[in-house]
Design a protein around this ligand. Sequence first.
Ligand code: FAD
Length: 480
Amino acid sequence: MTEKHGAPVIVWFRKDLRTDDHAALAAAAETGFPVIALYIREPDGAGTGPLGAAQAWWLHHSLASLGKTLRALGTPLILRSGAAADVLDTLIEETGAGSVHWNRRHDPAGIAIDTDIKAALKARGITARSFAGQLLHDPARLQTGEKKPYRVYTPFWKALEREGEPHEPIDAPESLRSFSGVLHSERLDDWALLPARPDWATAFKDIWTPGQAAARERLDDFVDGAIEGYRTNRDRPAIDATSMLSPHLAMGEISPARIWHATRGLKMPTEDVIHFRKELAWREFCYHLHFHFPQLSDRNWNDRFDAFPWEASGRNFALWTRGRTGYPIVDAGMRQLWQHGWMHNRVRMITASFLIKHLMIDWRRGEKWFRDTLVDADAASNAANWQWVAGSGADASPFFRIFNPILQGEKFDPEGTYVRTFVPELEKLDAKWIHKPFDAPESALSKAGVELGRTYPKPMVDHGKARERALAAYKSLKDG
Ligand code: FAD
């Protein structure tokens, strides 16, 4: 399919807010025709669903950053709101654009919208070209020997390896020819993506810099440093041992192929690199599951869990969201999430398990909370991981494997450094008691200035009893 000679090319940016390794933009630049860069604020529910509040903060800064980068290349970023088909129609009318380019999205709702738009554009003689690049490999291409989707991660990983190396990343264009007319763009500030009163995101900027330049910097730092030892250190939340690239990936500020290729030829134990690549492959697996099971965020993958006797408690849910469960590792995780819009993977597993198994609250409520509070919220990865913890997902951790929050804390945060960072009221407590202040003698508590039930909550449930209750509920499901 070719572009109409000389007519402007619209490049529709979505969750791919970068110029580097952006196949749709590169192809538009190559034509030498004017390029119109467009971002559409689609109505809630279109594409991957409503934007969470933390990710809205990210989107604001990411769009500002992309706008600056594009301007430096020669063209502004046009912001418009509305149904994508209508916005594109209007812009084509205004500019005489002959083609529209975009990078493919892989969520079922997004695919449906794009398919309709492609057909409508084609019908009116406009070229629509979609490109790969958001994933290492096309999730639809990977199939088992029986031509079925993968349900288990390890064979999926092997299939991914058989696909060979992902594409070589494409460098950003050096310049773009701009459209000669004046185009209206909505003002980013008018989209009110940032929290105002109160501004709960004040600590975000201490940790995060949205935008592709910062993503690239993070990648470079990671491959120069923490990737060595990744395999062993990645489970320790107090250590900066992981890449923290997830929010950049979620907004497409960096491509997985760019990350993959940056880990080639590193002089370090190969198991660290392989382990890291396997995590990137988990992301692919989540997309694969979501592609083949569009209801991943709403329905149990394994429908046996449909009969699970979930508790409706609003109070317990609220205590969990606020990090007031009385289990320090859980509370630290939930407070890290609130303060930084991000939580370490090990602690995501512990906090999710606590909600589902200790409190017996439906995983979908946790999934929604994470979606609203994570800067890296991703429809596929979030839902697949929640279902993995719940035991209802594909290749999931069995339900009966119930994390003990005390032992998990002692194993992965032995000095309590992570807990002390996010639960300052326990800062002075001896490491011996940091994960179980409720077992500490009165002398240790008072020395540390801790008064259970006043300065720090008593445990909201007893671990042993909660575990038995959850196992009984699971048994009723199996017997039922
Ligand atoms: P690294 O360890 O540096 O890994 C590199 C990249 O691999 C990550 O950026 C991510 O893209 C991918 N990755 C790593 N682990 C996983 C995983 N288990 N599943 C899928 N991809 C993975 N990740 C999200 O990106 N968005 C989410 O909404 C999300 N929700 C989660 C909810 C729960 C309950 C759990 C247990 C995990 C969730 N994860 C989610 C996966 C994982 O926790 C994060 O991707 C990871 O913590 C991001 O940190 P990082 O970039 O430093 O990871």
